[in-house]
Design a binder for this molecule. Structure first.
Ligand SMILES: NC(=O)c1ccc[n+]([C@@H]2O[C@H](COP(=O)([O-])OP(=O)(O)OC[C@H]3O[C@@H](n4cnc5c(N)ncnc54)[C@H](OP(=O)(O)O)[C@@H]3O)[C@@H](O)[C@H]2O)c1
Length: 342
């Protein structure tokens, strides 16, 4: 009855009944059936498409994961793609696969977003290889990123800095280097943030602070670029860890072991190994629970690069995280704390 009424009221929305404890263990409202209005199709991503002919895009972090798929997808759509790869010089398999397309519209570029020299060299290479440098570069997708986990008291300052170096300062450095070309094209900047750039989560501070930074940077840039005709979008993926190389079980174990061994004695004593291991086990569960289908992320980036009216923010994520993000970003902190601190 509820479904019927909602379908009549909102023909573009669909209503799904989710059993929350199937989607996630140890979440509030466990075992309850909660009718959730899900806005499937709330964004059809179907609006006027810009001409792609003679347009070029640069994507960072194309060795694997989202970057690799976006590079292939944008190439298939007819763009000239400059695929920034961290391990091009080392002959990484992702790079080889992109190069095996043997297309003059797919150009891999050695690019560590933290290295000023490599960023400068990449900018020179791209400028030389554009059909008309005066017409500029259409798109920059700041996708390169790393992740880690650990409660504040478990995380070293080196780790905080290491993650920020890639995710935040890498994004800022790349954007500053390529804005002159993007401005000439009145093009697009698409920053891959995360749902954790909008809402915090325990044991994720080293990652969250970098993605919150990317969100702030993107907003400032969007305001500043508006008069220049450059559009800036942020894509905030949910949990797709199972589909990319961001984490692997081995990596989680390695991070955990290193973290434990580097902990100050007082922290080890106060928390104890049992507590620490429980937190690591939670992280392992989270990493195994994500979506393996990245098509919603790829569609979001494609829309941001090709639509005449790109969105400010894209939220490719499952219903649980989408709802949680709405509650955490739009309701008073006292309410979201009540629901999500457990
Ligand atoms: N997967 C998710 O669930 C998820 C969710 C939200 C947001 N994101 C974001 O999505 C983006 C892509 O991540 P992903 O999930 O596709 O993971 P991924 O498969 O690990 O891809 C990240 C890519 O960035 C590259 N990279 C790392 N450090 C770099 C550096 N200094 N310079 C240039 N490239 C560098 C990596 O190269 P190597 O492989 O050679 O290290 C890798 O190719 C990241 O910004 C991530 O934070 C991911």
């Amino acid at each position: 009855m509820f479904k019927l009424k909602m379908a009549r009221l909102f023909p573009h929305f669909s209503v799904k009944t989710l059993k929350l404890n199937e989607r996630s263990a140890a979440r509030p409202l466990q075992g309850f059936y909660l009718p959730i209005v899900t806005f499937i199709g709330r964004r059809s991503y179907a609006s006027q498409i810009e001409q792609v002919e003679n347009k070029s895009v640069l994507i960072t972090g194309c060795d694997s994961g989202f970057g690799f798929s976006i590079a292939k997808h944008m190439h298939a759509k007819g763009f000239t793609v400059f695929a920034g790869c961290l391990l091009k010089d080392k002959g990484d398999s992702g790079v080889k696969e992109l190069e095996s397309l043997k297309s003059d519209r797919m150009k891999t570029v050695q690019l560590n977003v933290c290295s000023k020299e490599e960023v400068t060299r990449a900018e020179e290479f791209i400028r030389r290889n554009l059909k008309d440098a005066e017409k500029g570069l259409w798109g920059l997708v700041n996708n390169a990123g790393i992740s880690t986990f650990g409660e504040v008291e478990f995380t070293s300052m080196e780790t905080y800095k290491e993650v920020a170096e890639v995710n935040l300062w890498g994004t800022v450095q790349m954007t500053k280097a390529f804005l002159p070309l993007i401005r000439r094209a009145k093009g697009r900047v698409v920053n891959i943030s995360s749902m954790l750039g909008r809402m915090a989560n325990p044991a994720r501070s080293p990652y969250c602070i970098t993605k919150f930074g990317v969100e702030a940077f993107s907003d400032c840039l969007r305001y500043e670029m508006h008069p220049h005709g450059v559009k800036v979008s942020v894509v905030e993926p949910g949990n797709f860890i199972a589909a990319t190389s961001l984490y692997s079980p081995e990596r989680i174990k390695a991070i955990a072991e290193k973290m434990w061994h580097e902990l100050p004695e007082v922290i080890r004593k106060d928390y104890g190994r049992k507590y620490f291991d429980e937190k690591i086990a939670k992280m392992e569960t989270y990493c195994n629970s994500g979506s393996t289908d990245t098509s919603s992320v790829i569609s979001a980036v494609t829309h941001a690069l090709t639509s005449t009216v790109p969105y400010t923010r894209y939220h490719p994520m499952d219903y649980y995280w989408w709802l949680r993000m709405q509650i955490m970003t739009h309701m008073p902190g006292a309410i979201s704390d009540r629901i999500y601190i457990y």
